[in-house]
Design a binder for this molecule. Structure first.
Ligand code: DQA
Length: 157
């Protein structure tokens, strides 16, 4: 075999990285309808996840976008980068996005659906989840703790 100058150093964090994807309006957490979503900001939640991930020997890659296609691209990237799992709170796209449903089905990386509130106890238009229909499992209704419970679930996969 000829020697190459390629860097074949394996990315040691790949199999221990959990992508945490957040959809529309979640950048406003903390000030957005706090009676429903709580007073923690997305940065607060990222901090909690990073602390727990450290204890579990995992890494967090936390992202937020108000654009559906970004979430689709990041689901593909999770698989391409060898991520351990994806936690996704797709916000309102949960209830509308066939594209997210198809992206979750298209990758082998396990995807866990997360919600701060419990959509099933809210308006009827929130009762259908295109994300949940494709995800490995769903955690909803525990506020910021839903993310931590999702991380525990991901750690056990
Ligand atoms: C949410 C629930 C969705 O119905 C809503 O559109 C959101 C937040 C939650 O975390 O409870 O944006 O995903």
């Amino acid at each position: 075999m000829p020697a190459t100058s390629q860097d074949n150093t394996p990315d040691v964090s790949a199999g221990t990285t959990v992508f945490v994807l957040n959809g529309p309006n979640l950048n406003l957490l903390g000030m957005r309808e706090p009676a429903i979503y709580g007073s923690d900001t997305l940065d607060d939640i990222a901090g909690m996840l990073e602390d727990r991930a450290r204890e579990l020997g995992l890494h967090i890659d936390m992202r937020q976008s108000n654009h559906e296609g970004h979430l689709v691209d990041w689901l593909h990237e999770a698989q391409a980068s060898g991520a351990k799992a994806v936690l996704i709170n797709a916000g309102a796209y949960t209830h509308t996005s066939v594209a997210l449903h198809d992206a979750i089905k298209a990758i082998r990386t396990p995807v866990i659906e997360i919600h701060l509130s419990n959509p099933h106890t809210r308006e009827p238009f929130r009762h259908k989840s295109f994300v949940g229909m494709a995800a490995k499992g769903s955690i909803a209704g525990f506020g910021a703790r839903s993310y931590l419970l999702g991380l525990e679930a991901a750690a056990g996969l």
